[in-house]
Each structure stands twice: as structure tokens, then as C-alpha cells.
Design a protein around this ligand. Structure first.
Ligand code: NAD
Length: 469
């Protein structure tokens, strides 16, 4: 382990101890304080938007400024505002019914902060995926430590600087570092771990958390299917699928991973996708709105997936760049792979890049069988003119979330829970679900001093017969 990592781990342990002490001393953060914490985040995101656009662009080599504005800045402003507007309602005590035999008395649930929580963030939306769990934790009244990804060091430093200006370290702290630091982070006796990243690392996080019986939320990935029904115009479908797939160059956890289109329409659909790509990102090679791949290692992985598909006999269509990308920009051309064999890596691993396999289906039952033979995905998209067809398809399959006739937008509805199921994760957040993730629902029964239960005591007599009713 490097000296830098060792120092980060020492610092992290010290901050954890200080956050714990500060939480014990405060225990219940007031509504006004929580609203002020959320307002600080909202204002900071507005004030420092340009700095985040620049930092994420530097980390990627090229990240579309518009995509950062939409998916990080705009998303976070809406998220923090939604939490501030609703936190009073979320915090309020929930009254529960008291059965006749226990009356008189009050039963209610107090929504209390869990304590000191840890947030582990990935590189693909490095601001949103660090700050959205943070707003949920602050709304819940927790103290938080954040470990951003080592692949986005500029953004990590900017998060550290900007959050450092708003909060003392015993309230919110950013811990930078790689996998060793992340591993030590997840071994801390935290009151909750909120992890976003790959399924593979998610298993390690769950294992480390189990040692301390720390509850975890795992926001993982997977292969999100997109299914087009016979009644839907494939050119129409290509318009939004191309946007959803190639936004952030496919490096989105809920990006359509593969498409199932009616058998015989695979080529037409693939060509429609290439037309859409050319219309949306002309000159993608040097187009500032076509995002690059995060690292050389990730770029080579994508190249290898496509080469293997080509060698296996699949047809590959690429929106070739008219001009090559600038030096050092790892732009990978939008790519469609028609009918690849299903036993190659492209059809087994999450693609997480601008490559879309297209396969034919023999009707919606066949498509449902295909989806159900694989791990439960994070998202599922179904394109159907008939609402019945779409809803029937949803009831035949399982996924973390779903959207009909459009990709990805379910995650922008603040009141919808966002999370996976099975291999794509456990737990959820956004809106009230995020607040509840970091909240302990404490059940209370309040009896009056003269409550009749004081009569239930041996020797059991007639009174006991009454309570048994
Ligand atoms: P990753 O799993 O490689 O890394 C994510 C974070 O985990 C980083 O901060 C990293 O430092 C940390 N980490 C690495 N090793 C660790 C260990 N042993 N213990 C604890 N933490 C460790 O993921 P990534 O490549 O940054 O992100 C891509 C993956 O994330 C994709 O699978 C994608 O689908 C998924 N993802 C999911 C969501 C969601 O909301 N469900 C959102 C974005 C990305």
C-alpha cells in the first residue's frame, strides 16, 4: 500500500471517530438545520456548475458539457430542492393503530437518523452519484463520509473542496483513494454503507459490511434489455434508444444494454440507429457533445468485446468518424452488432460503452423468456403502442425499474424509488426512499401510567381471560 493510501486510511479512521462523537452529541438534527444543509448543496451546485463541468471534462478527456449540465448539475439541483421541500413531511411521526386489547395508548414510528454513513461512488456520474446519496443522508439527519472513484481525481478533489467549504469534517467528509482505501472504508463500523458500482465489487462491499452487521444499499449494474413489440415503429424507437444508449458514450448504469426487435427487422433497426447517431452527433470524432471513454483500460475492453463479436461472425455497423478524435481523446465510435452469438462476452457482461447488440425475437413471450434466462437487470425498457402489451410484458419479467416507450427517464422522477433487484442491487433511493435508506424507523408504544396491562401478572386469573380475547 502506498504512503498516500496509508495516510488517507489514518485520516479516515480519525474522521469516522470524530463524526461518531459529533453525532452522539447532537443526535437529532432539527428540521431547520436539515433544510439549511440541503439549501447549501443546491446553492453550491449552482455556483460551482462551471467548475464541475470542467473537472469532469478533464477526468474523461472529453465529457459533453451539456450531458454534465443535464445529468449532474440539473439533476442535483432538482434532487436537493425536492428533498428540502419534502423533508418536513418525511420526518414527521407516523401514527399507528392500537388494538382494543392494548388501549388506551399511542403507537407511532419516529423516523430517526441512522448515524454516521459511508457513500462509495463510481466514476460514470461522479458528481451526481456522490451528491444524490449525500442529500438523502443529510435530509435524514446523518453525518456522512464519501469515497469518490479513483478514475475521476479532479472531480474528487473538487467535491472535497466544495463540500469542505460548506461543512465541517465531523459532518461531511470526502476521502480520496483507490481500492485499498475503499476496502478499508467499507470495513469501518459505519451505520450504513451506500455503494454504487459494479456487481463484482458490490459482493466485496457486502462481505466487508457483514463483519460489522452494517446495513448496505447496493446500486449495481447489469444488462438492461430493451424490447420492441411488433406494433411499434422501429424508426420511432431508434430515436430515443440512440439517445439513451450513446448518452455519456453508453457509460450509464441504466443504458439500454441490448435490443430485442421483431425477427427480420434487425438490419432496418440497426440502420435507423446509425442514421439517428449521425443526426445527433455529426462529426462525432471531434464533436464536443460525444463523450469519451474514461480510461485506456476501459477503451481496450470495449475494443475487445467488438473484436470478439466480429470474429464470432456477427455483423458490425459503425458510425465511423469523418475526422479522427483529437489526440488523447478516447472517443469510441457508436457501434451496432447484429445478431451476435449469446455465449460471447458482449452478451454476458454489462457493456458499459457505446456498443449495442441487436437480436431478433419471435414475439413478446420469446423476448420475456430471453430476459428471464439472465440475471435480473437494473432497468428494462419496452416499446409498445398498446399499453396492455407493455404492461403484460412487465408482469412477465423482473427488473429494478422500468420505462415504457422511452429509456432511462424513470430515474428522473424524484418520487420513484431507484434501485436494483438480485444481481443489479438491493435497496433503493431518490426522494422519500432515499430519506428512508438513511433512517431508522423506531417503533414506540406509549402507555398511560394507569395502563390496564399492569394487571397482566401471575397468578393469571379472569383478567388474563379478557386479554386473550
Ligand atoms: P467499481 O465497482 O469499479 O468502483 C466503484 C467504487 O468502488 C469506486 O469508488 C472504487 O474505488 C470502489 N472500490 C473498488 N474496489 C473496492 C473494494 N474492494 N471495496 C470497496 N470499494 C471498492 O465500479 P465503476 O467501474 O466505478 O462503475 C461502473 C459500475 O457501476 C457499472 O457496473 C455500473 O452499472 C454501475 N453503476 C450503477 C449505478 C446504479 O445506480 N445502480 C450507477 C452508476 C454505475
Amino acid at each position: 500500500m502506498s504512503d498516500v493510501d496509508t495516510r488517507q486510511i489514518e485520516r479516515m479512521k480519525d474522521i469516522h471517530a470524530r463524526q461518531k462523537r459529533a453525532f452522539e452529541a447532537e443526535r437529532h438534527r432539527s428540521l431547520e438545520e436539515r433544510k439549511s444543509d440541503l439549501k447549501k448543496i443546491e446553492d453550491m451546485v449552482k455556483r460551482r456548475a462551471a467548475d464541475f463541468v470542467e473537472a469532469i471534462n478533464a477526468d474523461y478527456g472529453r465529457r459533453s458539457g451539456a450531458e454534465t449540465e443535464i445529468a449532474e448539475i440539473g439533476f442535483m439541483i432538482a434532487d436537493a430542492k425536492h428533498a428540502r421541500k419534502n423533508v418536513a413531511r418525511w420526518m414527521s411521526v407516523r401514527r399507528k393503530d392500537v388494538p382494543m386489547t392494548l388501549k388506551p395508548g399511542n403507537a407511532y414510528v419516529r423516523r430517526e437518523p441512522k448515524g454516521v454513513v459511508g457513500i462509495v461512488a463510481p466514476w460514470n456520474y461522479p458528481m451526481q452519484l456522490a451528491l444524490a446519496p449525500l442529500t438523502a443522508a443529510l435530509a435524514a439527519g446523518c453525518r456522512a463520509m464519501i469515497k469518490p472513484s479513483e478514475f475521476t481525481p479532479r472531480t474528487a478533489e473538487l467535491l472535497k473542496e466544495t463540500l469542505g467549504e460548506l461543512f465541517s469534517e465531523d459532518h461531511v467528509a470526502v476521502i480520496t483513494g483507490g481500492p485499498e482505501v475503499a476496502q478499508a472504508f467499507c470495513s469501518l463500523p459505519l451505520d450504513h454503507i451506500f455503494y454504487t458500482g459494479s456487481t463484482q465489487v458490490g459482493r466485496l462491499v457486502a462481505r466487508a459490511a457483514a463483519e460489522n452487521l452494517t446495513p448496505v444499499t447496493l446500486e449495481l449494474g447489469g444488462k438492461s434489455p430493451t424490447v420492441i413489440a411488433n406494433d411499434f415503429d422501429i424508426r420511432q424507437a431508434a430515436k430515443t434508444i440512440a439517445w439513451g444508449k450513446f448518452f455519456n458514450a453508453g457509460q450509464t448504469c441504466v443504458a439500454p444494454d441490448y435490443v430485442l426487435t421483431p425477427k427480420g427487422s434487425e438490419h432496418d433497426f440497426a440502420e435507423a440507429m446509425i442514421d439517428e447517431v449521425r443526426a445527433m452527433w455529426p462529426e462525432a470524432g471531434e464533436n464536443a457533445d460525444y463523450t469519451a471513454i474514461i480510461s485506456d483500460r476501459h477503451y481496450q475492453r470495449i475494443e475487445k468485446l467488438v473484436e470478439e463479436a466480429r470474429s464470432a461472425g456477427a455483423e458490425v455497423l459503425q458510425a465511423e468518424f469523418a475526422t479522427s478524435p483529437q489526440q488523447g481523446v478516447r472517443a469510441y465510435p457508436p457501434t451496432i452488432v447484429i445478431n451476435p452469438p449469446t455465449d460471447i462476452a458482449l452478451m454476458k457482461e454489462e457493456i458499459f460503452g457505446p456498443v449495442l447488440p441487436v437480436l431478433g425475437h419471435d414475439g413478446m413471450s420469446d423476448a420475456a423468456r430471453f430476459v428471464n434466462e439472465r440475471d435480473r437487470p437494473l432497468a428494462l425498457y419496452v416499446y409498445a403502442r398498446s399499453k396492455d402489451t407493455a404492461r403484460r410484458f412487465l408482469s412477465r419479467t423482473i427488473s429494478g425499474g422500468a420505462a415504457v416507450n422511452v429509456p432511462m427517464l424513470h430515474l428522473s422522477v424524484p418520487d420513484l424509488p431507484f434501485g436494483g433487484v438480485g444481481a443489479s442491487g438491493q435497496g433503493a433511493y431518490h426522494g422519500e426512499d432515499g430519506f428512508l435508506t438513511f433512517t431508522h424507523e423506531r417503533a414506540v408504544f406509549e402507555a398511560p401510567v394507569w395502563h390496564p396491562s399492569r394487571l397482566i401478572r401471575p397468578p393469571y386469573g379472569k383478567m388474563f381471560e379478557f386479554f386473550k380475547k
